[in-house]
Design a protein around this ligand. Structure first.
Ligand code: PGA
Length: 251
């Protein structure tokens, strides 16, 4: 059985001071009735502060970064390396979010390098894929997303792939209030799982967790989580509101 996995992607929101207040408020009301795995992905500058509070107060929440470079170190001004995240004892790292692809020129090739670098540094990648509206309306969404899966996983060993999380996030549903229907989201997640079975094996595909992302909120999470191939959610906007994020966790 795959453990449900709810992750919050804060994007470029909250100062380190606001992040501290968030985790304290969150801890105060924290319940986890579905026994989900939970991960919070704040901006880099809040990782250490949140990690210290989580560890000190033994809050059962994982922590993730929103991006990283694939190289160990070097002349890459402004970048953060996998080794730096490993030293912070971060659990997860979001790789290839559509905003990174759209605004920072990330490609399937760079996503592939980052996914492999994450595993090589004991970080678990949450690898994002998803089509834009034009692709969906042209009826090419599945081919497009499965192509992303193939290219982003190239050369990744099967024993590592089993620990992968994929986030299927249709770009037209991100931050728009427009969610994919749970049936459409499940159809894509199921196609992704079949693709992974083809690339590796049925057993590996069954262990990979596939999240849906795109305007997830307290009012739609229960239906999304009732779908057989949706194992969790990558939550953007609603993850920086303590009440909404807790309501999503306790769907
Ligand atoms: P949203 O973002 O929940 O605000 O739509 C999701 C995401 O980009 O991960």
């Amino acid at each position: 059985m795959r453990k449900p996995f709810i992750a919050g992607n804060w994007k470029m929101n909250l100062t380190h001071i606001e992040a501290t207040a968030f985790i304290q408020d969150f801890h105060y009301d924290f319940k986890n009735k579905n026994n989900c795995e939970i991960c919070i992905c704040p901006p880099f500058i809040a990782l250490r502060g949140i990690k210290n509070i989580i560890d000190a107060d033994k809050i059962n929440v994982k922590i993730g970064a929103q991006n990283m470079h694939w190289e160990k170190s070097g002349a890459f001004t402004g970048e953060i390396s996998p080794e730096m995240l490993k030293a912070l004892k971060i659990d997860y790292v979001i790789i290839g979010h559509s905003e990174r692809r759209q605004y920072f020129a990330e490609t399937n090739e760079t996503v592939n390098k980052k996914v492999r670098a994450a595993f090589a540094n004991d970080l678990l990648p949450i690898m994002c894929v998803g089509e834009d509206l034009k692709t969906r309306e042209a009826g090419n969404a599945e081919d497009f997303v499965l192509g992303q899966i193939t290219e982003c996983l190239e050369g990744l060993e099967e024993k590592l792939a089993a620990d992968l999380t994929v986030a299927y996030e249709p770009i037209w549903a991100i931050g728009t209030g427009r969610t994919a229907t749970s049936e459409d989201a499940n159809t894509m997640c199921s196609a992704i799982r079949k693709k992974i079975a083809g690339l590796y094996s049925f057993a590996t595909a069954e262990s990979v967790r596939i999240q849906y992302g795109g305007s997830v909120k307290p009012s739609n999470i229960t239906e999304l989580m009732s779908m057989p191939d949706i194992d969790g959610a990558l939550v953007g906007g609603a993850s920086i509101n303590v009440g909404d994020f807790l309501a999503i966790i306790n769907y």
